[in-house]
Structures are given as C-alpha cells and as structure tokens.
Ligand binder design. Structure first.
Ligand code: SAH
Ligand code: SF4
Length: 409
C-alpha cells in the first residue's frame, strides 16, 4: 500500500470489504397511482383498468402522451381532446401527481437544487433524492438520481455513506424531468412548430444519487420515456448515464438504452481504484476498459466520457496523468476532470488548482478534450456527490422554512 492511501478511513475499508450494502428498501405505491412517468405500454395497461376498450387504447395513449409530456398537463380537465367521461374515469383511478418537492434552493449563479421526497416505508427516514438544474449559455443540464442512496461505497462520495437505499421507479426517474419542466415553466403552451426549439432543460445527466446500472430496468424504461421524440424529446445524444463500472450491464446499456456513457474511472491502477471505487474488486480495470472498448454505438462522434475526480496527493500526479491517457488509448473518449467536492467528514482534499491545470495539460496534449468541470451552485452545495448532504444537516425548522419558500415562490 502506498503512503497516499493511508488517508482511507478504517470504517470505509470495512464497508468496502462488503463492496455492496444490502438490503434494499421497498417501494410503497401510493393508493392512487400517478400516470406521470409511465411508458406507453404501462399507460395502455392503466387505460385498460379505467375501462378503455383495447381498440381505442393506442389512440388514447397518443393523446394522453402529448398532454403529459409535451404540454405538461397537471390535471385531467386540461386534457380537452378527451371526452368528459374519460377524464372523470381517469381522475377516479389516477392522479397526475409529480414527486413532492421538499425544498428548493436557487444559487446566485442560477443553479437550482430540488430536494425530492418519495413515498417510502420508514416515516422517520423519508426517502429523498436530489435533482439539480444547471443553466449554461448554450444548454440547460438536469442532473437526476437513480436510487435513494447507493449500495456502493466509493470512499470519496457522500452518497456512498448513506445507509438507506432503494431503487427509484421508472416513473420517479421521469418525474424528476417533469418536475424540472414544471418549476422552470419549460412546457410548450402553443402548438408544436410555432415556437422556437430552445428548451431550458435540453440535456440530462444521470449523475445524481445512486448507481444507475444497479437499477437497470427502471433506468432503461425511464430514460426511454425521457428520450421519446413525441414527448419530453430529449435526444439520446443529450442524455448521459454515469456508472462506477458495472461491467455486465455496460453492453446492455448501449443496446437497450443507447444514451451517452460516462465512466467513473478516478484511478489508473487496480490497487488505488480498489480503494476509491471498491466495485473495482469485482470488475477490475481491464474488464471495465474492455467493456468500454466494445460499447455499442461507440464512435468518434459518440465518445465515452471518463470521469476523474481530482484528489490531492492521491491520484493527481503527472505520472498518473500520463498513465491515464495510455490506459484509454484506442477508445473514442473524452476525459472529464472533476474537482473533488469535500463534504463534512470526508478525508480527502481537492487537488490544488495549479496541479489540476498541469494534469489537464498532459491530457489535452495527448489529444483529449479535457474540460475541468467548473463547480456550480457551490453556495447551495449542488455538486455531484454532495447531493442531499446539505439537507441532512439542516434542522427541521430550516427544512420547513425552505419548504414554505418553495411553495410561495
Ligand atoms: N453512481 C454513478 C453516478 C453518480 S455519481 C457513478 O459513480 O458514476 C456522479 C459522479 O460524481 C461520479 O463520477 C462520481 O464519482 C462523482 N463524485 C462522487 N462524489 C464526488 C465528490 N465528492 N466530488 C466530486 N465528484 C464526486
Ligand atoms: Fe455510488 Fe457513484 Fe457515489 Fe460510488 S460515486 S458511492 S457508485 S453514487
């Protein structure tokens, strides 16, 4: 073990030996389910239970799909292309409820963070995830979550320290995009074709809480709804899924989801990666890079993004920068250097800015675009790996105040 590894906490090492924590909490469906976030097939099935005859279902799904995902309808009465009877029958059985916003924070730089409360079994430990909107000049990126907490224990990630873990449903995954469009007033109010194409939420990254490839089916179904060209319409080239390296599901992700892939690499040797990303013990670098090399649809126009968190004195030497470019050689790639975001109790520090610049120069000289992800929304702790950490620290009173603010806003 090298000296630099001595910062690893003993309890993190103990946790890491398990690689994954178990068991997962159960999802508790609300008494009256929401239609928001359903796939076409699930929607057709729901219509069946409301008495819509099979031969009409396709057309009704098409109509409701438009209201849900193009117009952002928030109640059945807005769906004026449906008969009054059908609207009543639907309202008796379903809602158009979105996930509940427990708090909303807006940064001075325009970044918005929503704390989202989801139905769960444990009243004293609510199921919560966070979702962050980052506006930029040419795009607006929404960072969404795939799980409450995470079963993995990456030592630099705050989400990994959370004990409560449950998978989000496909509806809850889509619900985050719907919710963002609600809050940002980003729905179409005029008929398609009469408005400029620019949307506030133009890109989605699955880089919030959770390991998406450990919740494969829900992530697949949810992202396919988000990408549907007749609905939310965020194309698959504008959706990026980030994985810590669940090798067996990488090819499946390419085949069945087809979005852009980001891989959390963070180290160039198995020895160090075993510590930072304990899943590496199950799927070592060699297997991971092999899976990347064979990612379906990979080309120079569809590159894999390798994420590399900059940890002072741990993985940021210039020798490691050179090893990094050697490691990904031959794979159409981008390299994303992420300044480490410290959280209360974290044992790492972010690399010095000068070191990040030198590191990035080596990567750049080797022919890779190497954007350093600029920290956004620092004042509201909106960075990756910090999601929800702030909310856990605020008191119940502050939480209520934030909630009130969100409601009057
Ligand atoms: N579980 C997935 C996606 C969520 S994490 C994954 O690990 O890829 C999204 C990104 O944020 C990952 O690259 C992760 O390694 C990084 N990250 C986690 N904690 C961080 C922190 N404290 N500072 C900077 N990046 C962090
Ligand atoms: Fe989970 Fe990703 Fe955090 Fe690792 S970095 S603990 S995989 S959310």
């Amino acid at each position: 073990m090298t000296a630099s590894l001595s910062v690893t906490q003993p309890d993190a090492v103990a946790a890491a030996s398990a690689i994954e924590k178990r068991p997962l909490e159960r999802y508790v469906a609300p008494a009256k389910p929401s239609l928001v976030g359903l796939s076409r097939a699930a929607l057709a099935e729901a219509l069946g239970t409301a008495g819509v005859p099979e031969r009409q279902r396709r057309m009704r799904v098409q109509q409701i799909w438009h209201w849900l995902y193009v117009r952002g309808a928030q109640d059945f009465d807005a769906m004026t292309t449906l008969s009054k009877e059908l609207r009543t029958a639907l309202a008796e059985r379903f809602t158009l409820a979105r996930p509940e916003i427990a708090a909303e924070q807006i940064s001075v730089d325009g970044t918005r963070k929503w704390l989202i409360r989801l139905p769960g079994e444990l009243a004293d430990r609510p199921h919560e995830v966070e979702c962050v909107y980052i506006p930029e000049t040419d795009r607006g990126t929404l960072c969404i979550s795939s799980q409450v907490g995470c079963t993995l224990n990456c030592t630099f990630c705050h989400t990994g320290t959370q004990r409560l873990v449950r998978n989000l449903t496909a509806g809850e995954i889509v619900g985050q995009v719907v919710l963002a469009r609600d809050r940002l007033e980003d729905w179409r109010t005029a008929p398609t074709g009469t408005e400029p194409e620019k949307r506030l939420v133009s890109n989605v990254v699955m880089m919030g809480m959770g390991e998406p490839l450990y919740n494969f089916e829900a992530v697949r179904d949810g992202l396919n709804v988000v990408a549907d060209g007749e609905g939310l319409s965020i194309s698959k080239r504008r959706i990026t899924l980030s994985t810590s390296g669940v090798v067996p599901n990488i090819a499946r992700a390419g085949d069945e989801i087809g979005v852009m892939l980001a891989v959390s690499l963070h180290a160039v040797t198995d020895e160090l990666r075993n510590h930072l990303v304990p899943l590496n013990r199950k799927y070592p670098l060699r297997d991971l890079l092999d899976a990347c090399r064979h990612y379906p649809g990979l080309s120079n126009a569809r590159r894999i993004t390798f994420e590399y968190v900059m940890l002072k004195g741990i993985n940021d030497s210039l020798t490691e920068a050179r090893a990094l470019v050697r490691l990904v050689k031959g794979i159409p790639a981008k390299i994303n250097l992420i300044p480490f975001n410290p959280w209360p109790g974290s044992k790492y520090e972010c690399s010095d800015w000068e070191q990040i610049e030198k590191f990035s120069e080596i990567v750049f000289d080797a022919g890779y675009a190497s954007p350093v992800r600029t920290p956004r929304g620092r004042d509201i702790l909106a960075a990756c790996g910090q999601l929800k950490s702030a909310s856990e620290k605020i008191s119940a009173r502050e939480r209520l105040a934030l909630r009130a603010m969100a409601m009057t806003d």
